[in-house]
Write a new protein. Structure first.
Length: 739
């Protein structure tokens, strides 16, 4: 049975599989008909040509069950007005749609498509708005065509939109030439999906093209796990299993990939390593650049000693011998590493170094890997700190935002930073990509001072930069080990050091800032966490409930971040008829929710407004780890208004919601570089790889005033006794020793 008409109303639409219930206005009779089926990308007002049959649903009666469909451009003024007024094109409502169609009639869509400047003759449309309408109109058509094209490969709509947004009209060419690029370039498209597309295009299972693509994909996946290389004896069986081919086929193609210069194979026959070429040469370049920077400077130590004493008086501090040595080394060396745990005086040492260097007439730039870490550095030093990405001036052209997997920066070897000293805090979070970019922008003669706790979790990206540099012993490294008197009063600091040394913390709950509440089941753990977060801890540490942070090692599971957020949301920001909600891929966002940005977005615009809603400041950049509140949800306009840092107002289109998450609870990995008044951590059980000393140590050191562990003491002790079993395959230490 054939049916044509325009969509009167979309009753239900599942973004994941495209299942849709809609009301169709029949083109011939005008009768409204309920239709159901899998439609990938449709809008109210859109004109459809449908094939299917009438079925009788036991609850909803007669429906038209769609077996196939084709989207057509509305060809009558009524259908055109309906489409434009449906909200499909932002900025056009029903009244404006009526004026446009009244003016141009059945030529409306041709005008928008081919002569959009004529739209400016309609009241309420400027030339700028006319161009914006035309751009949206073209993008909607192209996106609709792309999603329909991708349907043949069973790719759900949300991934289709991602693919099109990544490649644009180049999508078709890329799919024809190398469908495996999808797995490398687009989060959410795994190798299986790309392989399925390749198979449908006739690429054989044991073809050289497929095996090479599989090996490249496996190496990129290793990068995501933090590895810079893969041992041959691990890599070959893994790829063979993934591709369902023999190890011999993998080894033959491995040599071909090496011959093509895509990979580098090093080592002897007993310990061969496989690198992506760019990572192999990147590690070598980093080692070489570090040695170029590591030059000595002559100083008069007697005069410098007097200068340090004056700085102590100025700042009202008293440095110990190791801290004074760190200050001296910062003046004498081109490169210095300062490492130490909580309470060992890293911040005091940095502040003294800044003052001494400024007294010497040097310009000093401060940086950290994340926005929250940079903000904390600014607060503790009194000087502005930036993210490393901002310091290096990330390229603001969206089309040039990424080169392969690396960000493109304005500051590099051809356009270096203009300063005498760069001080980087939280160095444990810096991966090999970012470190390589930073070193390119620093020329010999400038000083680089790196500060961090080597016992924190390593970077999310590939490499083990801080630990490798310290182990190599290539430069001056000062270890701060003494816990200062004020910090020594904190059981958080004392127990953090015990954990780091593999010792049992004090669990007698006589402390004022470190508690272990023993519970043996999930229900009681959840109940305690909710009570603490909402009622007990905010008053205890004199903080807003939203400032209290629940941390968990894992995302999944009943005590994982995703489940904890649902319970905490209902406790701290319950459902109300006064609060609008929006469900995005299974996550319910509500006005008033606490959220976190989970990806650096340097182009995201923000503004600060006064009480009269007049803009008093504006800028760009929302960073991974930034916390905010959803102020309002506008479903008609398809955007959230969120506020970060208490005053930065940001507009999030629904298409960008994958970059935020509920943040009542966050993973310990995501908490790196942040500090909270109090931390609550449920620990009952979990994946062995996430129950280790580094994870626990990092969580405990995020708290300023109070730490509460909830769960089994035996699990806590197992974490303390377990060193991170996941070895990172990085070789910067060896490269530095070679240099």
């Amino acid at each position: 049975m054939h049916l044509e008409g325009y969509i009167e109303k979309i009753v239900f639409h599942n973004e994941e599989n495209g299942y849709t219930v809609l009301s169709l206005s029949d083109a011939d009779s005008g009768e409204e008909i309920t239709c159901t089926g899998n439609l990938s990308f449709v809008n109210e007002g859109q004109f459809l040509s449908l094939e299917g049959e009438i079925v009788v649903h036991k609850n909803y009666g007669e429906q038209f069950n769609i077996s196939s469909y084709e989207s057509k451009q509305p060809d009558s003024p009524v259908a055109m007005e309906k489409y434009l007024g449906s909200g499909a094109i932002k900025g056009i409502g029903e009244a404006l749609a009526a004026r446009i169609v009244k003016k141009f009639g059945s030529d409306t869509f041709d005008i928008i498509d081919k002569a959009p400047e004529k739209l400016a003759s309609v009241k309420g449309i400027s030339e700028k708005k006319a161009r914006a309408i035309a751009e949206q109109f073209a993008e909607k058509r192209q996106l609709r065509n792309a999603t329909i094209y991708l349907q043949q490969y069973n790719i759900p709509m949300n991934l289709s939109v991602k693919i099109y947004k990544k490649y644009g009209e180049k999508m078709y060419q890329i799919l024809d030439s190398n469908p495996y690029r999808l797995a490398e370039d687009i989060e959410g498209v795994g190798f299986k999906t790309a392989d399925m597309i390749a198979s449908s295009m006739g690429i054989n299972a044991d073809s050289e093209f497929r095996v090479k693509a599989g090996m490249s994909y496996a190496l990129y996946e290793a990068l995501k796990e933090g590895d810079c290389y893969q041992p041959l004896d691990i890599f070959v069986p893994r790829v063979a299993e993934m591709l369902h081919v023999t190890e011999d086929i993998v080894e033959v193609n491995l040599e071909k990939l090496s011959f093509d210069k895509d990979i580098v194979i090093t080592g002897d026959e007993y310990s061969k390593r496989i690198y992506l070429s760019e990572i192999y040469y990147m590690e070598r370049n980093v080692a070489s650049m570090l040695f170029d920077l590591d030059i000595g400077f002559k100083v008069n130590e007697k005069d410098l000693g007097k200068q340090i004493s004056n700085i102590e008086k100025k700042l009202g501090i008293e440095l110990d011998d190791i801290q004074r040595n760190a200050v001296v080394q910062s003046v004498k060396n081109g490169i210095l590493i300062i490492t130490g745990g909580p309470g060992t005086g890293k911040t005091t040492t940095i502040n003294a170094i800044i003052e001494v260097l400024k007294d010497e007439g040097m310009t000093v730039l401060l940086a950290a890997p994340t926005g929250r870490a940079a903000k904390r550095m600014t607060e503790t030093s009194g000087y502005e700190a930036q993210t490393i990405h901002r310091l290096l001036e990330i390229n603001a052209n969206p089309e040039e935002e990424e080169t392969g997997r690396r960000m493109r920066f304005t500051r590099d070897e051809m356009n270096p930073l203009e300063c005498d000293v760069v001080i980087v805090d939280e160095m444990s979070m810096v991966d090999i990509y970012l470190f390589n970019a930073l070193l390119k922008a620093i020329v010999p003669g400038m000083r680089l001072i790196m500060v961090g706790d080597a016992n924190q979790l390593p970077s999310v990206g590939p490499g083990n930069v801080l630990k490798d540099m310290i182990k190599s012993g290539f430069c001056s490294c000062v270890r701060l080990e003494r816990i200062f008197r004020q910090a020594a009063k904190s059981d958080i600091v004392q127990n953090a050091h015990k954990i780091n040394h593999g010792e049992k913390p004090v669990f007698d709950n006589k402390s004022k800032d470190f508690f272990m509440l023993k519970r043996d089941d999930i229900r009681s753990c959840l109940g305690v966490v909710l009570t603490l977060a909402k009622d007990k801890i905010p008053n205890y540490v004199h903080a807003n409930p939203y400032d209290i942070q629940v941390l968990a090692p894992m995302r999944k599971g009943e005590l994982g971040v995703e489940n904890l957020n649902k319970y905490l949301q209902e406790s701290l920001n319950p459902k109300s008829h006064k609060k609008r909600e929006y469900d995005f891929r299974g996550t319910l966002f509500r006005e008033g929710d606490k959220i976190m940005q989970i990806k650096n977005d340097y182009l995201m615009e923000w503004r600060i407004v006064n009480k009269y809603k007049i803009t008093i400041d504006e800028g760009a950049g929302i960073f991974n780890g930034d916390m905010g509140i959803i102020e309002s949800i506008d479903e008609e306009g398809e955007y959230f208004t969120c506020v970060f840092d208490g005053n930065k107002e940001v507009i999030y289109p629904f298409s960008d919601l994958e970059n935020i998450t509920l943040a009542y609870a966050v993973t310990i990995h995501k908490s790196q570089g942040s500090e909270y008044p109090a931390v609550i951590m449920p620990i009952l059980s979990g994946p062995p790889r996430l129950l280790n000393r580094n994870i626990l140590y990092t969580a405990v050191t995020r708290a300023k005033k109070c730490v509460i562990l909830v769960g089994r003491e035996s699990t806590v002790m197992r974490m303390i006794e377990t060193l991170d079993s996941q070895k990172r395959y990085s070789s910067l230490e060896e490269r530095l020793r070679e240099e």
